[in-house]
Each structure stands twice: as structure tokens, then as C-alpha cells.
Write a protein that binds this ligand. Structure first.
Ligand code: SAM
Length: 485
């Protein structure tokens, strides 16, 4: 048995109910900790510590202040705690009320107002402290969320796991107002009500990701149906005006007002259709064998990098990948023998080639600013075409004509961020098994934050991220920037 199981087996059912001791599943605890530690806090508050699951995922260099009302759990867990943890016995709502913290993390007690002592007096007290008017029906967890936020320092972060009922009940209106009007709620992970994440309690769950920092009026909602997470964005007004969030989150996706369509900044077209890729799209070895160096131009096939630059092309050549397109301007002796070879294979009789005159000259194609993958499963790859090369039909081209390089690089970062990637399945067609296939015109419907309204400094900040994209640890950083646009 682990620490939590041993403790739970030592207490009575009544004791467990009285203090609402239902412990956070480890993977959710870890997920919540990830949000708060991104701001490098020095001191973290856990106002309803229990057996301290969150502290197990927090680095021991960070100080943790914990509270618990129950001395049984405190006496049980204290010998197991590290020196960075100061666990105090008391009612969090009434203790050290003027202290503030860099971060707060909590799975507060869930008790209806009928079930906790002096509930009406406490609801009034918390209302007065926070200058709001909470309903007399407010559940104890609602008071912990509001008090927890009040005790956060400016720019601090908090994560709370609580049931979803407040999002659909009248008593939740004042809590919603508090979180939204103060621009505290940045993200909510909403677990479908049919899923019960706590093994020992019939309770629903959502996780609130809070930051005490003014930012855009957009809230990210992760709707978790147990198998997949759908990411959507809602503006504050929509959430304020909707009484029951459950219905809203389950239904259609809402794209924030400040988003635009990719078609507002660019146009798309297919890549080069050669009619016989194996003949026209060739590697360095074939170029050498047929002596075709004067009859080829660079051309990429499938692109699996964030930037197509000199290094990428060099690597492709070194790996003997197909990187050349046979496109003779003057047909010299070598080119002619290659053409005759193609004719011996009857390639000039194919549908596309026989429409051309002569059959072996492919169409002219301008290099796009951005390459777009045609297929994707968990997302679609967008690649900056720094090398200004052309491409085949297994990649689409996105042409951004009226904007400069910094803008285009910033756009590539936005398009590859998980914020936009997670929206793709909402706005584009998804085939069996989650396969996304894009037609050039579908790309124009992709919704992105309004990049045309970004300041020069934000554009530079984003475009500088392009080189960091391959680093896993920068993903959250990039998402945070995109989310805040
Ligand atoms: C839902 S459990 C969460 C425990 C642990 N943080 C976790 O996530 O697994 C809530 C804890 O809050 C404690 N608690 C209840 N009322 C409290 C209060 N007014 N002040 C501080 N702690 C309280 C309970 O004893 C219990 O240990």
C-alpha cells in the first residue's frame, strides 16, 4: 500500500466524509503542478494539504506552506515530509489571512453549505474580504478558490481541482464573475461528467488554471471526454452569459472574436504535379549518373522540418534524398538522352504529361512562403521556406505576399503552436482514425490569433521562437505567448 492508501485504511468512513478527504489522482496532481512551476515560484501554498500529493511533484528547493484542519492526517503525514514543507494545523479560511504566495495549488474540501460548520457566517466573511456577494449555497470548495486567488501575489499562478457543479448552478454565477472579471481564469480542463476521476468518490471534476495577470479575454477550455481532449477557446463574455458551461463545452466550438482566418493573410495552391514523380523528382545519384546538373532545379517532396533552409537541403542531398526536379531550359545531349529514356517508359503518354508541350517541361511554380503538410494525425506541419524552393503535390504552398520575413516566421510559429494545432480538428475535416487531410482551400479556413494586429516586438518575439521549436521544453513557452495574443 502507498502512503495515501495506508492512511485511508486507518480512518473511519465518517472521518473521511467529515473532512472530505478524497485525494487527487497522481497524474492529475502532476499536471496541475506543471502549470504553477512554470513561473518558478519560491513559495507555494497548499491550503488543504491532506497527505500532500502535490508536494511530491514539487522540487524540494521550493518552500511549501500547507494547512489542514484535521490533526489526524497531519500527525500521520508529518514524519514523511521534507524540510521545505511547513505544515500547519488550522482552518485555512481563517488563518494567516494577510499572507500572499507566488503560487497556490489545491484540491479543497468539497462540502455543501449544509455540511460545514458556521457556513453562513464563513460565506459572508469570504464575500466581505473579496468584495463580492456569494450565494448562501456556495460549496466550501468555492470559498477555497476565492480565498486562494486573493492570497496569490501579482503574476502568481494557481491550480484548483474541484467538481464541475458550480459551472452549471446558480450559486456558481458569483464565482464565475469573480474569476472572469478579474481575468484570473486562463484555462479550464473540464472532465466529462460521466467520467469520475476519483476512484473513491462519485464526484465530477474540472481543473482551474489561474494566473493573476491581465491578459486577453480568451479562456482555453480543454474538454476531456475520457478518450480525447478537445481544445477550444471562449471569450469572457460568452462564458459570463452562459448559465450552464457543461452544455456549451459539449456542443460546438467557439473561436475567440479576435481570431482571423488564415485566408485573410495569404493564399494557397497545390504543389507541382509532374505526372511522373519517379522520372522528374530525382536524387543526386541520378543527376550524376545521367549528367543532368544543368537540367535540374531544387524541389522538395514531403517536408518534415520547421524550416527549409540551406542546411536542410544539404542534409537531403547528403542522404541522397530526392531533391531535384528535372526541368531543362536548354535540352543538351544528356537531357535529351534522359528524355528519350522517359519516352521509352511511355511517360509522355500519361494524362498530365500529354497535356504539356513539350511533355517533359513541368509548369512554372513560384516558391511559397510556407509549406503545409497535406496529411496529419495529431496535427499538420507548417514549415518556413527560407530557401525559397519549390515543392511537389504532397505538400501545399501558402503564399504570404504583403508581409515581411519576420511576419512569416511568426506566422509559422503560431500555426505550429498547440493552441492552433488543437483547433484544426474543429475547423477542418477529420477522416477515420483522426486522420486530417487538407485541401488547399481548407487551409484558408484555419483560425489564428489576429497576427496583423501584433506589435513589432511581439512579432519579433514569436519569429525568434522558430529556431526553438524542436526543443520540447519551449513548447509551453510558445503556447503561452500564442495564448496571450
Ligand atoms: C480533498 S482533500 C485533498 C487532500 C490533498 N491536497 C490531495 O489533493 O490529495 C481536502 C483536505 O482539506 C482538509 N480540510 C478540510 N477543511 C479544511 C479547512 N477549513 N482548512 C484546511 N484544511 C481543510 C481535509 O482534512 C483534507 O485533508
Amino acid at each position: 500500500m502507498n502512503l495515501d492508501e495506508t492512511y485511508l485504511s486507518s480512518i473511519s468512513v465518517d472521518h473521511k466524509r467529515k473532512f472530505a478527504q478524497f485525494f487527487t489522482p497522481p497524474q492529475l496532481a502532476k499536471y496541475m503542478v506543471e502549470w504553477i512551476i512554470q513561473i518558478n515560484p519560491s513559495v507555494i501554498l497548499d491550503p488543504s494539504f491532506g497527505t500532500g500529493i502535490f508536494s511530491r511533484y514539487i522540487d524540494c528547493n521550493i518552500d511549501i506552506i500547507g494547512y489542514d484542519l484535521d490533526d489526524t492526517v497531519i500527525n500521520y503525514i508529518k514524519p514523511h515530509l521534507g524540510g521545505n514543507i511547513n505544515l500547519k494545523h488550522g482552518d485555512f479560511l481563517y488563518t494567516d489571512i494577510d499572507e500572499t504566495y507566488d503560487a497556490v495549488i489545491a484540491n479543497p474540501p468539497y462540502l455543501t453549505s449544509k455540511k460545514f460548520e458556521n457556513s453562513q457566517m464563513t460565506i459572508k466573511e469570504i464575500s466581505n474580504r473579496n468584495d463580492i456577494k456569494l450565494s448562501g449555497m456556495t460549496n466550501l470548495y468555492g470559498l477555497f478558490v476565492i480565498e486562494g486567488c486573493r492570497r496569490l501575489k501579482e503574476n502568481g499562478r494557481a491550480a484548483f481541482i474541484i467538481p464541475t457543479e458550480w459551472t452549471n448552478a446558480n450559486y456558481g454565477t458569483e464565482i464565475k464573475k469573480f474569476l472572469l472579471e478579474n481575468s484570473l481564469l486562463k484555462k479550464i480542463h473540464y472532465i466529462d461528467n460521466k467520467k469520475l476521476p476519483f476512484s473513491d468518490a462519485l464526484t465530477t471534476a474540472c481543473i482551474l488554471f489561474i494566473e493573476k495577470k491581465q491578459s486577453s479575454d480568451t479562456i482555453e477550455v480543454i474538454y476531456d471526454n475520457g478518450n480525447t481532449n478537445t481544445h477550444r477557446f471562449y471569450d469572457t463574455n460568452t462564458l459570463m452569459m452562459t448559465n450552464k458551461w457543461d452544455g456549451l463545452f459539449k456542443e460546438s466550438s467557439v473561436i475567440p472574436n479576435n481570431y482571423i482566418s488564415l485566408g485573410d493573410v495569404g493564399r494557397t495552391r497545390r504543389g507541382m504535379a509532374t505526372g511522373a514523380n519517379s522520372f522528374f523528382h530525382i536524387n543526386q545519384q541520378t543527376v550524376n549518373e545521367w549528367n543532368l546538373s544543368n537540367s535540374v532545379i531544387e524541389c522538395v517532396g514531403k517536408v518534415d522540418t520547421m524550416v527549409v533552409n540551406d542546411k536542410f537541403i544539404e542534409d537531403q542531398k547528403n542522404k541522397n534524398q530526392k531533391i531535384w526536379l528535372f526541368k531543362p531550359t536548354d535540352v543538351d545531349k544528356s537531357a535529351l538522352s534522359y528524355i528519350r529514356y522517359g519516352e521509352s517508359l511511355n511517360l509522355h503518354q500519361r494524362y498530365i504529361t500529354r497535356m504539356r508541350n513539350p511533355w517533359y517541361i513541368c509548369e512554372n511554380l513560384n516558391p511559397p512562403s510556407i509549406f503545409v503538410g497535406v496529411f496529419g494525425r495529431s496535427g499538420i506541419r507548417f514549415s518556413y521556406n527560407e530557401r525559397k524552393t519549390i515543392h511537389l503535390t504532397n505538400t501545399h504552398g501558402l503564399y504570404i505576399e504583403t508581409y515581411d520575413e519576420v511576419f512569416i516566421k511568426a506566422l509559422v510559429v503560431i500555426l505550429n503552436s498547440s493552441i492552433v494545432q488543437k483547433n484544426l480538428s474543429d475547423v477542418l475535416r477529420v477522416y477515420g482514425g483522426g486522420l486530417i487531410k487538407l485541401e488547399p482551400k481548407d487551409i484558408l479556413d484555419i483560425k489564428i490569433p489576429n497576427i496583423t494586429k501584433l506589435s513589432d516586438s511581439n512579432l519579433h518575439r514569436l519569429s525568434n521562437c522558430l529556431d526553438l521549436f524542436h526543443l520540447n521544453e519551449t513548447k509551453n513557452y510558445i503556447d503561452d505567448i500564442v495564448r496571450s495574443l
